[in-house]
Write a protein that binds this ligand. Sequence first.
Ligand code: URA
Length: 173
Amino acid sequence: VAAASKVCRGCGLWRLGTQTVFGEGPTPSRMMLVGEQPGDQEDFAGRPFVGPAGELLDRALAEAGIDRSQVYVTNAVKHFKWEPAPRGKRRIHAKPSGLEIRACRPWLERELTLVAPKVLVLLGASAAQSLLGSAFRVTRERGRLLTEYSFAPSVVATFHPSSVLRAPDEAAR
Ligand code: URA
């Protein structure tokens, strides 16, 4: 499935990204984490959550006593969507549209089938939108164990590590 995703042309984002960044981890796995989309570093590395958000995620997992190598980690969207910085060469993260999230969902569904997680953790609004619909509000529902979805016996949505990194100060973080 990962090999097939490398030539996906399901939306226009393949033109922007360097490569498809598919999920990685054991299949099956008890836990699956879904982020939004690869960032700048993930786009070059071809692996999810290896940049600053990944470092924070690793720290959070370690503090929770969870071994990342035992967890399947992926994104709702498999290509990096970005805009050029107004000045300089930096690539600035751009939020994927509903259409792009929907175009990528068949890959996420295949991953869910193969990983068959007991616990599915959705990191941020795009992951939640992909699987729970756009009316779902992470800010309101975060941390609540959801047992009514067919994707996994337990589904939990929470903040995306990047939104924690964007918080203005340590207290807010
Ligand atoms: N943010 C995400 O949502 N996914 C990544 O892989 C990296 C940053």
